[in-house]
Ligand binder design. Structure first.
Ligand code: NAG
Length: 402
């Protein structure tokens, strides 16, 4: 592309509607790509490797936090609406109680989430399972005008029985939840659990093996709204975090046929497949690869921190693997779509948002790892920040529940 064309495209994409004088919501700020494409000095690789938060010139960690809705592209304005809010609603100190498996149960207006199963600070994994907790959305809504509502929202442990062992991913399924349990040691196999979101919180195992073999540690689960089948990722994190034995399968995405119960591998070629979701029409699958995050074995920035998109074929298998996005802050873990097919992923400094063409539109900045999050009704989102739990309000709506 010649330079004139390129600069024309840039000004069309960013200058036409957005400029420094554009009036933005109180909690939003403009961070146009053109302001950072040439830096006065570019930090060396031992400093800028995807782990520290990128603080663009003219900003500070404080200013990035003060206005946490970062607008990179004009399309983000419609997503956040006129008065987006971000509120810290719980703080668990050093124990990562707010990790993943974020699921909303509309009849009771509650959101459930799981403790980090593999983190040393959690003391879970091999001898003790991570736990599932919940909050009430009405309590979260009541503090959404505050930036800090800690102490005003009750966080309650939910005692699912039989227990979901080391829950990590979760999704809605016909009025119930499905949790992905990573397993424990050699004797408790990773499994998908169907869980009743209301008392007595009973559970039933949906699948716990692949033709007699244990999965590595099932990580996340999503239901395709178009064919109704259950898709899940399986990856070696239990092994990389010392609570599962040496794996006996490649890291893959599987499809569980909801009717016949046949299980089929539908995608491989990952380092560490992780989050999974579908576009609202079920036509596309998005799978994150957190290959750069290697559990207790460190961080390798030359490995994927990426989201891949597939076309879902008529028979439910995946085709046309495409690099959808590489994320700029640690790894993309949980991934979800809104009703318009925009793609949201939990990353190292908050929730990043792309349009269906893979253009980074903006982020909800937490300044720390946001492993997963979930829409919880129109314009509401719960974000898990390991030791911090956040509640956000915005204009976007989550894709319909399955
Ligand atoms: C919970 O128990 C009820 C009553 O036995 C049963 O009908 C239902 O299928 C169970 N749900 C799950 C998720 O196991």
């Amino acid at each position: 592309m010649n330079v004139a064309l390129l600069s024309g495209a840039l000004s069309l994409a960013s200058g036409a509607v957005l400029s420094a004088s554009t009036k933005l919501p109180e909690q939003a700020q403009l961070l146009l790509p053109e302001a950072t494409v040439v830096l006065p000095s570019v930090p060396p690789p031992e400093v800028a490797n995807g782990i520290p938060v990128f603080v663009p010139p003219g900003t500070s960690l404080q200013s990035l936090t003060d206005k946490p809705f970062h607008v990179f592209h004009e399309e983000f304005i419609a997503i956040i609406g006129e008065s987006p809010t971000l509120t810290l609603i719980a703080d668990s100190g050093t124990n990562p109680m707010f990790h993943e498996a974020v699921v909303w149960h509309p009849p009771t207006e509650e959101v459930f989430f799981a403790q980090n199963a593999g983190a040393k600070a959690a003391g879970t994994g091999l001898h003790r399972s991570s736990v599932i907790q919940k909050v009430s959305l009405s309590e979260a809504m009541a503090v959404s005008h505050l930036r800090n509502g800690v102490g005003k929202v009750q966080v309650q442990v939910v005692d699912f029985q039989p227990a979901v062992i080391n829950p990590n991913g979760g999704t809605n399924y016909k009025g119930n939840f499905i949790f992905a349990g990573e397993g424990m040691g050699s004797d408790i196999a990773p499994a998908l659990y169907l869980a009743n979101p209301e008392p007595p919180y009973n559970t039933t195992i949906l699948i716990n093996n692949y033709y007699g073999r244990q999965f590595n540690s099932v990580n996340d689960v999503a239901v395709n709204p178009w064919n109704g089948d259950i898709y899940f990722t399986d990856v070696t994190y239990g092994y990389l975090q010392d609570f599962r034995p040496k794996p006996v399968l490649p890291n893959q995405v599987y499809k569980l046929n909801a009717v016949t119960k046949a299980v089929t591998a539908v995608a491989d070629e990952f380092v560490n497949c992780n989050g999974i979701t579908f576009s609202p029409d079920g036509r596309y699958a998005y799978v994150t690869d957190t290959g750069s995050a290697q559990g207790f074995y460190g961080y390798e920035p030359t490995k994927p921190s990426s989201i891949y998109r597939y076309t879902v074929a008529a028979d439910g298998t995946f085709e046309n693997r495409k690099l959808f996005a590489h994320v700029t802050s640690r790894v993309p873990d949980g991934v979800h779509c809104d009703t318009n097919g925009n793609v949201y992923a939990g990353c190292g400094d908050g929730v990043h948002v792309w349009n269906p063409s893979g253009v980074l539109l903006g982020k909800i900045f937490t300044g720390e790892t946001a492993a997963n999050f979930q829409f919880a009704g129109d314009g509401r989102m719960v974000i898990c920040g390991e030791t911090h739990l956040y509640f956000a309000t915005l204009a976007a709506k989550g894709a319909a529940l399955t």
